[in-house]
Design a protein around this ligand. Structure first.
Ligand code: GDD
Length: 315
């Protein structure tokens, strides 16, 4: 049986009452203001929810005397590595956070380690590299790309805008990563773990791969803010666009005050000690996201044409 409770990471009394009522065996703290760019706009709230919020959970468990019962998973992040001090990044790589989000997450990381060491709590950090899926929020770059690609391929949108195409990320499938979160809390010992695929790809190549899923090969011309993406060939009858059509522009609004240029993780510890390996590669992830968004956008296209009466045709 599942219950949904109202909670807020900035409200200690609420968290204490909830944990007292539920007496959980496991807590997965995935709550956060998780958008890196937005954290530059609301740094204080981000510190409160993402940093102090983690302390509130840990301390609620301690205060309620649940240190030996409740296991805690803390959603740490590859953003901690920021301006990377080592390639690839492991559990031992020093942190260099590059955003208010990452700085808040750094506090959360260390307070988790501290409560484990000080009070013998089973509290772990999963240092997860970017993980994506068809239900990824629409303002994160992968979903923004797969949604826009689908809309453009279906003729619902002319073009779209991105920021830094050179950024490189180690993208995995959320399904693989959530499985690992659970595995982390089942391990004999509480430890911290890097979870990654070990491969890195530019934002530009993610765009390219998304368009290839609908048979469209792109070419990129120009540099910096003047770089643009154009249709080179269309290889599927269903998705035909004019050759040379401009589909991608750069908008400097999406540049960050300080950027994380390159992330690539080494998950050897998780591979060797817990037997975790991802089932999806990047191609499989892009395919999953594109298939889902094409279906979603076809539904929108149908609705826009007034076909709402037979909506279940697509479900
Ligand atoms: N969001 C966004 N929008 N990012 C863009 C855009 C754009 O239009 N254009 C280029 N990018 C670049 C960003 O500058 C960044 O380098 C990269 O794409 C990835 O951006 P996001 O998808 O927003 O993710 P993130 O890497 O900053 O952070 C995500 O992953 C972390 C690691 O797991 C978030 O989910 C974090 O909460 C998470 O900790």
């Amino acid at each position: 049986m599942y219950f949904l409770h109202y909670g807020d990471m900035t409200d200690s009394t609420n968290l204490i009452r909830l944990i007292q009522e539920i007496q959980p065996d496991e807590i997965y703290n995935l709550a956060a203001m998780s958008h890196v760019h937005v954290s530059f706009e609301i740094p204080e709230y981000t510190a409160n929810a993402d940093g102090i919020g983690t302390l509130r959970i840990l301390d609620a468990v301690r205060l309620l005397g649940l240190e030996k019962k409740t296991r805690i998973y803390q959603a740490s992040t590859s953003e901690l590595f920021g301006k990377v001090q080592e390639i690839p990044q492991t559990e031992k790589t020093p942190f260099y956070p590059r955003s208010p989000y990452a700085v808040a997450k750094m506090y959360a990381y260390w307070i988790t380690v501290n409560y484990r060491e000080a009070y013998g709590m089973y509290a772990c950090n999963g240092i997860l590299f970017n993980h994506e899926s068809p239900i990824r929020g629409e303002t994160f770059v992968t979903r923004k790309i797969t949604r826009a690609t689908s809309r453009i391929a279906l003729g619902l949108q002319d073009k779209f805008y991105l920021g830094n195409l050179d950024a490189q990320r180690d993208w995995g499938h959320a399904k693989d990563y959530v499985r690992m979160m659970w595995m982390i809390l089942q391990a004999d010992e509480a430890e911290d773990w890097v979870i990654a695929t070990g491969k890195t790809t530019t934002v530009r190549d993610f765009v390219r791969m998304s368009f290839l899923e609908v048979g469209i090969d792109l070419e990129f011309k120009g540099e910096g803010v003047n770089e643009k993406g154009f249709v080179k060939t269309c290889n599927l009858e269903e998705f035909q666009l004019p050759i040379g059509k401009e589909v991608l522009n750069i908008d400097p609004r999406y540049f960050r005050p300080t950027e994380v240029d390159l992330l690539i993780g080494d998950a050897s510890k998780a591979n060797n000690k817990l037997g975790w390996f991802p089932e999806y590669d990047l191609k499989g992830l892009v395919k999953d996201m594109m298939q889902s968004d094409i279906k979603l956008m076809k539904k929108q296209q149908y609705l826009e044409k007034g076909g709402y009466k037979t909506l279940n045709y697509f479900e």
